[in-house]
Write a protein that binds this ligand. Structure first.
Ligand code: ARG
Length: 475
């Protein structure tokens, strides 16, 4: 224990019971806040100096001292002390050991309650920026595959039944679209976390003539919170960020499931390098898509993190309650799980090799162009419902004969409906079927190529914007 009474002060006799100290301590996980805690303290100390609340000499000692403490903790030269409870007391106690009275002045006009609320918002904003970058890497990988497979046709599915042919590029871009919205949700969450709570004190603000806006600006916040009870008593910014994480992880789970299917012997639509697969300890022939499965499997825990956060907060009276300490681990877990999953997904998507020949065969099987027969008749004036009936009868006939629709002779087609002519066979070409779907959002070649260009331009623009924003701490 360092030469300080910690957070308890002289009101208390002796320390906590050992098991109570263990349960009470958060330093085992809130060490992640270290850079934000130091950043927040430096901004606070500078403001105290500017406002004439503490001597400017002390400010210099505090700033230098805090940076030194941060360095020693980061390099592992000093250990985190559970007896000091949390990251805040660990840092402050080390600072006081080093610089004495100046360090003892740092906590003027501040409480750990507005301190932790600040640290967590800074963490949330930094985490959102990292996640956005990881999402963009995965979006780039998906667009890369889309570029490679503009002209690869594959079966599109509903109910996991082959439905209509699509371009493989269109399939990859569907995931890009989901991730684009996930990105937007993270940016929104970061924006709402962009108010500085410092100055809210323990619950009822402070008597010192502080400059809240100055601190906020130093820390890259857009402004300050407007109610001290709310600022220290809510964690909605964390809940919102984790909700966005959970939904993004759900999208990755669907991608993971899709990869598991594609890599199965039953589909054989793709191959994945050994770097993303593992073997069986028993069956030498196995190559298992463990990483795709784990991305899918980890979705349960990120969803659970969100439920934990909501449950912790739901019954709390204003303002700060120690229960709020329990909002930290789910936040870190969701962020770290999603970040790792996004990275692995980007690697897997980059490395994925589609079996183009196998996909071509799959598109030719299962009467995927049955809708074209109906459209053909509609083009010749038949009402769609009647045309759908005729096409259904022809599928049935093809199934009975064990052939694809293109294997039916013109005579057979005409037996079912006289409007059929020779040109119908052109309509049964899957590439033509895809290109007839020439609307915005459709799989026609021109539309897919335009969509790839749109996404690439968006990625380039956001990459430029985010490198600019990194300097201002914005996402
Ligand atoms: N570790 C605490 C938390 O995460 C810091 C705030 C402690 N405040 C207090 N009044 N005990 O909530």
């Amino acid at each position: 224990m360092s030469g300080t009474k910690g957070a308890r002060g002289r009101r208390f006799e002796g320390g906590l019971a050992p098991d109570a100290a263990e349960l009470n301590a958060s330093v085992g996980f809130d060490w992640r806040l270290l850079p934000h805690d130091v950043e927040g303290s430096i901004a606070h100390a500078r403001m105290l100096g500017r406002q004439g609340i503490i001597p400017t000499d002390d400010v210099e000692q505090i700033v230098t001292g805090l940076r030194a403490v941060q360095g020693r903790l980061e390099r592992g030269e000093v250990d985190w002390d559970t007896a000091l409870e949390d990251v805040h007391m660990n840092v402050e106690a080390r600072l006081i050991d080093d610089v004495g009275d100046a360090g003892r002045r740092l906590h003027t006009g501040r409480s750990r309650n507005d301190q932790v609320a600040t640290d967590l918002r800074l963490y949330a904003r930094a985490a959102a920026a990292r996640l956005v970058a990881a999402i963009d890497r995965l979006r780039a990988a998906l667009v890369g595959q889309a570029r490679r497979h503009v002209d690869t046709l594959m079966p599109g599915y509903t109910h996991l039944q082959r439905a209509q042919p699509v371009r493989a590029a269109h399939h990859f871009l569907a995931y890009e679209a989901m991730l684009g919205r996930d990105r937007g949700r993270l940016v929104d969450a970061a924006r709402r976390a962009g108010e500085s709570p410092l100055g809210s004190g323990a619950l009822a603000a402070t008597t010192f003539p502080i400059d809240r806006e100055g601190v906020a600006a130093d820390l890259g916040f857009a402004g300050v919170t407007h109610n001290s009870l709310d600022a220290v008593g809510d964690r909605d910014f964390a809940i919102e960020l984790v909700a966005a994480c959970a939904l993004c992880q759900v999208h990755l789970s669907r991608l993971g499931e899709e990869l598991v299917l594609w890599l199965s012997q039953e589909f054989r639509f793709a191959r994945l390098p050994d770097a993303y697969c593992s073997g069986s300890s028993l069956m030498p022939q196995k190559k298992n898509p463990d990483l795709a499965e784990l991305v899918r499997g980890k979705t349960g825990r990120v969803m659970g993190d969100w439920v934990t956060l909501m449950t912790v907060v739901k019954g709390l009276p204003l303002a700060y309650n120690k229960d709020l300490q329990e909002t930290q681990e789910p936040l870190y877990d969701a962020v770290e799980t999603l970040e790792a999953s996004l990275g692995v997904c980007a690697g897997m998507v980059d490395a994925l090799e589609l079996d183009v020949a196998r996909l071509r065969v799959a598109v030719g099987e299962g009467h995927l162009v049955a809708t074209e027969l109906a459209d053909y008749l509609v083009a010749r004036g038949l009402p769609f419902r009647d045309a759908h009936d005729v096409a259904g009868a022809l599928v049935r006939r093809a199934l009975d004969r064990g052939v694809e629709l293109a294997g039916l002779s013109l005579e057979e087609l005409r037996e079912v409906h006289p409007l059929f002519d020779d040109d119908v066979y052109g309509w049964l070409d899957p590439a033509r079927a895809v290109d007839r779907r020439d609307v915005v959002g459709g799989p026609a070649r021109g539309r897919v190529v335009a969509e790839i260009a749109r996404v690439e331009a968006d990625l380039a623009a956001t990459a430029a914007a985010s490198s600019e924003a990194r300097d201002t701490q914005d996402v």
